[in-house]
Design a protein around this ligand. Structure first.
Ligand SMILES: [Zn+2]
Length: 326
């Protein structure tokens, strides 16, 4: 589809999406659009212009909430079932599918080494579940870092094809559409990964022992990520300066870096509940709540910008040519 058609379709679908209520379980529509837009706007000059020119930024922004449009249970139930776990990771359960390791060794993040391949993780979870009967099905643990890794690899693959086509002086209109889709799609899950209530079993009200009296209300998730953000966060004055203040980074190993990113997100879960107890996210909230939310949204945009930048840089890495099944 030519870029302009893609854009027209994008705008039309946005209008349709506005007619439906916001599905739960991710930064709301506004938060995801903000993260994707700011990531694209802050890409460095050596990334191809179509990823951050006016059309690129608009497509990226529209793509921000795209995977949440795939959550209409009555309309596309099989799609909902298969892709919903890509949006989160119940970190406290997921470590049962990891192996203990010493920090500083390969793939070791905060004492745990997760399998890089999704199906290996599923096998490890199935093996671990008999000892943890609170986990009813493996997919309830979530797949966020695997989804990010796989979509990031698609992006890198398409960027490699783009480099080849430019070198061969071929028309790149088609591959540009694919790349914008990949980058925008990636942005959704990277944004989910900066939201503390996406990377924990405490995703919607505190469960288990609760000596500090944290909220057990099931409204906390959407209050924090949707209602509060839409009412109080100003993209250009609050979050954009935080993103612009950081320099794009080449990530040498996407998998380990991303796991560090979500491990840090998980370390902030209790802070959300502490802030919530002070009314930080009620109505206009508190200054501490505002600082926290602005920082989390900026963290998502920074991570996405750096992942796109790194996919571009590493799409130049030499690869063995694939000759099909032997
Ligand atoms: Zn999501």
């Amino acid at each position: 589809m030519p870029l302009r058609t893609f854009r027209r379709a994008a705008i039309a679908s946005t209008l349709v999406a506005l007619c439906f209520t916001q599905p739960a379980w991710s930064w709301g529509r506004d938060g995801h659009m903000l993260i994707n837009r700011l990531a694209a706007q802050n890409l460095p000059a050596d990334v191809p212009a179509f990823l951050h020119d006016r059309n690129g930024v608009d497509v990226m922004e529209w793509m921000g909430p795209e995977p949440d449009r795939w959550k209409q249970r009555d309309a596309e139930p099989e799609l909902v079932a298969v892709q919903s776990p890509d949006h989160f990771l119940d970190y406290e359960w997921a470590i049962y599918g990891a192996t203990a390791c010493t920090d500083g060794t390969a793939d070791c993040v905060a004492g745990y080494k997760f399998p890089r391949r999704r199906y290996d993780f599923i096998r490890a979870m199935i093996a671990a579940m008999p000892a943890h009967p609170e986990i009813k099905t493996f997919e309830t643990v979530g797949f966020n870092p695997w989804q990010v890794n796989e979509v990031w690899e698609r992006l890198k693959s398409d960027l490699r094809e783009y480099r080849r086509m430019v070198a061969a002086k071929e028309d790149t209109a088609g591959v540009q559409v694919a790349i914008l889709f990949d980058a925008g799609w990636l942005g959704h899950y990277v944004g989910d990964g900066s939201q503390p209530l996406h990377i924990t079993i405490q995703y919607n009200g505190w469960t288990g022992p609760n000596p500090n009296g944290y909220s057990t209300d099931h409204g906390i998730h959407s209050k924090f990520e949707s209602v509060y953000v839409s009412a109080n966060v100003h993209r250009d004055t609050d979050v954009a300066p935080l993103v612009a203040a950081t320099k794009p980074v080449d990530i040498p190993d996407e998998w380990t870096q991303y796991l560090n990113y979500i491990h840090h997100t998980n370390s902030l879960v209790e802070k959300v509940y502490q802030l919530d107890k002070t009314g930080a996210f009620d109505a206009s909230g508190t200054p501490a709540g505002k600082t926290f939310v602005d920082e989390r949204l900026a963290a998502g945009a920074i991570e996405l910008r750096d992942l796109i930048y790194s996919a571009w840089l590493h799409s130049a890495d030499p690869v063995q040519e694939y000759h099909g099944p032997q």
